[in-house]
Design a protein around this ligand. Structure first.
Ligand SMILES: CC(C)(COP(=O)(O)OP(=O)(O)OC[C@H]1O[C@@H](n2cnc3c(N)ncnc32)[C@H](O)[C@@H]1OP(=O)(O)O)[C@@H](O)C(=O)NCCC(=O)NCCS
Length: 178
């Protein structure tokens, strides 16, 4: 596994290496497998509550490969520490999700997963990686900001209930620079 802590493909002023405590987390990254899905559905409940994906949704995502591309972070004890995924269509990749298990947060796993998504997107020849994030999700916003993503538009009151804006963020990557 290659992990980009500094991304040479980034635009000027792009990603900064995370200086968060506990970087180089003790996890390994691998492709999502069907045996992960039940645990991912449990973690979704803890992490996303009303917006949680069910196990059935995860089966659909797995069936949508290779357009969908998911990676799982596995701890030394074999537990699922986090997961993340992309939708790749033409020149653009959309981040479908990035999530770290509650007990594993703040150790650099989110950044590790995001860097792996960007690496995979670049390898597939996209020109840009896009994502949507709730304006009130401070942890995710800092993660994306530090990785070089920039806000390109705002969808007012996109998340309901609550009238929370969605920020659309983008990372431009030179095409074919895998
Ligand atoms: C967002 C999330 C994936 C971050 O995962 P993580 O493994 O804790 O993140 P990392 O340890 O890699 O930290 C990445 C950056 O975010 C910052 N960060 C992490 N948690 C934070 C918090 N609660 N508040 C502010 N910043 C935070 C870190 O300090 C780090 O920035 P740094 O490089 O300047 O130190 C995690 O909080 C999560 O799973 N949240 C619930 C699901 C979710 O909202 N996903 C995003 C959907 S768009």
């Amino acid at each position: 596994m290659t992990v980009a802590t500094t991304d040479p493909t980034a635009p000027t002023g792009g990603p900064e290496p995370s200086d968060g405590a506990g970087m180089s987390p003790d996890v390994r990254l691998r492709d999502l497998e069907w045996t992960d899905l039940a645990r991912l559905a449990e973690l979704e409940q803890e992490l996303f509550a009303d917006d949680a994906w069910s196990e059935a949704t995860w089966w659909s995502e797995l069936a949508a490969r290779p357009r969908r591309d998911y990676v799982v972070a596995v701890s030394a004890d074999g537990s699922t520490a986090g997961y993340a995924g992309l939708d790749v269509s033409g020149d653009v990749a959309d981040v479908m999700t990035v999530a770290t298990a509650p007990a594993a947060q703040g150790r650099g796993i989110g950044r590790l997963l995001l860097d792996e998504l960007v690496r995979r997107a670049v390898a597939r020849g996209v020109e840009a990686v896009l994502l949507e994030v709730r304006a009130d999700n401070d942890a995710a916003r800092r993660l994306y900001d530090r990785a070089g993503f920039e806000v390109i538009s705002v969808r007012r009151r996109y998340y309901q209930p609550g009238d929370v804006d969605a920020l659309v963020m983008r990372l431009l990557v030179p095409k074919g620079d895998a």
